[in-house]
Design a binder for this molecule. Structure first.
Ligand code: FAD
Ligand code: FES
Length: 276
């Protein structure tokens, strides 16, 4: 970590772009005002602070091998909506990176299965870039992505490029078909039943709404993927992000410190309370 873990450092918005046709999601590229370099692992997140407004946890969505760092944000509430109005060149506070990472190295040698729902593709985008760079170290790489409608598809150009590049298999499905959508319709778990991965060698990385992840775990178990090979990224309300305040507690885990990426055996007995 290249900075004091609890003090936001000033970072500048280098560029921004809308990320979905629906218009509620945008990506920020940010760079440190003092030019200090830092690194992160796919799956980790930063605390982003809009000065005078508030601070929120946001995953890093960029390729870990590159700069600037990207954050892909849905404008939903009292902090993220004002963030959406900030302009290129303005300065935000950033502290991090925090939390656990996707087990991409441990997954090498087998199939890598990425299952994303909605905005859950953001923290998995950095994992996809790392997997592409080390493509020869995996058997198959599968990306299964489900979202509400065609207008909500994130990173649409990249999904098409990954699919056309032939190095990874990409399947996208939407909950609701609209006239501009000619692809799959239905929940992402249907794609799990069809995908060509080998359950015995698969490591599965899941991120999305908790209800979607629970059904995805069931589908993976039905296919024979071992529980210890299933990893979920969780979201909880956070304040300190460094294991002090307890805001993010889930059973025995502090999601900010022990997560956000946790293996399914550490979560399975919390299934009934996961939506608390
Ligand atoms: C580890 C971690 C990683 C995260 N990564 C990302 C990320 O990459 N991109 C991102 O946009 N968000 C991410 N989030 C969620 C993000 O932190 C919240 O969306 C944010 O804190 C909302 O703050 P707010 O003050 O703007 O909204 P609030 O004022 O707190 O919420 C306003 C309303 O929006 C609802 N809401 C809150 N969060 C969400 C949500 N995620 N989706 C839909 N409705 C919601 C609330 O229930 C409430 O009704 C992550 C959270 C965690 C814990
Ligand atoms: S946010 Fe404070 S302990 Fe996790």
């Amino acid at each position: 970590m290249g900075m004091d873990a609890t003090l936001p450092a000033p970072w500048r918005i280098a560029w921004r772009r809308p990320e979905s046709a629906a218009g509620d999601v945008f990506t920020w590229a940010v760079e440190p005002v003092d030019g200090t370099g830092s690194s992160f692992l796919p799956g980790q997140f930063n605390m982003l602070y809009a000065y005078g407004i508030g601070e929120v946890p946001v995953s890093i969505s960029s390729d870990p091998a590159g700069t600037p760092w990207l954050h892909t944000i849905r404008a939903v509430g009292s902090v993220t909506r004002p963030m959406a109005a900030l302009k290129v060149g303005e300065v935000i506070g950033l502290r991090g990176p925090y939390g656990s990472a996707w087990p991409l190295v441990a997954a090498e040698g087998g199939d890598l299965l990425i299952v994303a729902g909605g905005l859950g593709l953001a923290p998995l985008r950095s994992a996809i870039y790392q997997a592409l760079r080390r493509r020869s170290h995996y058997r198959g790489v599968y990306v299964l992505y489900g979202t509400r409608s065609a207008a909500d598809v994130l990173f649409a150009d990249e999904l098409a490029a990954w699919r056309d590049g032939g190095q990874i298999e990409v399947a996208v499905t939407v909950d609701r078909a609209t006239p501009d959508w000619s692809g799959e319709v239905g929940v992402v778990t249907r794609l799990i039943h069809r995908a060509g991965f080998d359950p015995a060698t698969t490591t599965a990385l899941l991120c999305g709404p908790e209800i979607m992840m629970r059904f995805a775990v069931l589908a993976l178990q039905q296919r024979g993927v071992p529980d210890k090979a299933i990893h979920l990224s969780l979201e909880r309300n956070m304040k300190c992000a460094v294991g002090y305040c307890g805001h993010c507690q889930l059973g025995p885990h502090f999601v900010c410190r022990d997560g956000p990426v946790l293996a399914w055996p550490r979560l399975s007995n919390l299934l009934g309370v996961m939506e608390l």
